[in-house]
Write a protein that binds this ligand. Sequence first.
Ligand code: NAP
Length: 284
Amino acid sequence: MTAKTRLAGVAGWPIAHSLSPLLHTYWLRQYGLTGAYVPLAIRREDFSIAVAGLRHAGFVGLNVTIPHKEAAFALAQDLDEPARMTGSANLLCFPDKSTIVGRNTDVAGLVASLVEEFGRDVVRGKAAIVLGAGGGARAATLALAELGATEICIVARNAVKIDALIVQLKPHVEASLIAYAWINWSQALPDAALLVNATPAGMIGKPPIDLSLDMLPKNAAVCDLVYNPLETDLVRHARARGLPAMNGLRMLMHQAVPAFTAFFGVTPKVTPALHEMLEKVMRS
Ligand code: NAP
């Protein structure tokens, strides 16, 4: 590394599990770029001071993960449309010493991964389900709307959070957004072309998702934003029913593309070799 090395990283708490440093370092090597991308363990209460410090220390930007996406949104003076619509930013760029640009690349990352895995028409003119009402669910709702879903059912435990999501996103989407309390999940399933899990349920260390896929149509697809483990219970059950299913690793790779471009000036490719490398690391 030299004084010219471009520095970036991912801020979260905890951060040890993050695959982003591996992903960005893979691309730095592949494209022969001089740069570094590091994991940054930053507590919730230290986030704004840490961002100020990193910015003044010459970092070109940061990815931001749980629990900082809303704080990142609040810090940015300049926001792209997905960040404004979701109220959260997973990418902060520091174009100069006085400006913080906040972007949300989860929406584009999910769109790209759904298209790659299931095709561009997976929800076009159809109904879809989003489980959860947090930041991931907001990104998923916008992604499904962008792919032409006409009806998006938000199934979550907290009615206040569902209402807040719907009020926030309704002005930005043409699709009808319909609220379902978690206990009524079975009512949302029979018409859905795609079900997206945007809750952490099923992640290593968390209980599996409390819902059965039996009532999903035979040609529906399932997408879990969780990728640790690579095969969640939800993905396994979907495959056992013969439904096409994907985990969140593809989304993780695609949401990183605009971040890498912003940090290091090259638009990287999501390739099968990269996917394989990440899966291998997850299995080891
Ligand atoms: P969040 O803002 O904390 O929201 C989580 C949502 O899930 C809340 O609505 C919460 O409901 C609900 N929930 C939690 N546990 C649940 C359970 N056992 N059953 C039903 N609902 C449950 O989190 P987030 O940022 O949206 O992230 C959600 C998941 O998506 C995480 O696993 C995250 O890692 C993943 N994600 C992946 C990618 C990717 O690139 N693959 C990108 C973004 C997010 P309550 O409010 O009732 O607790």
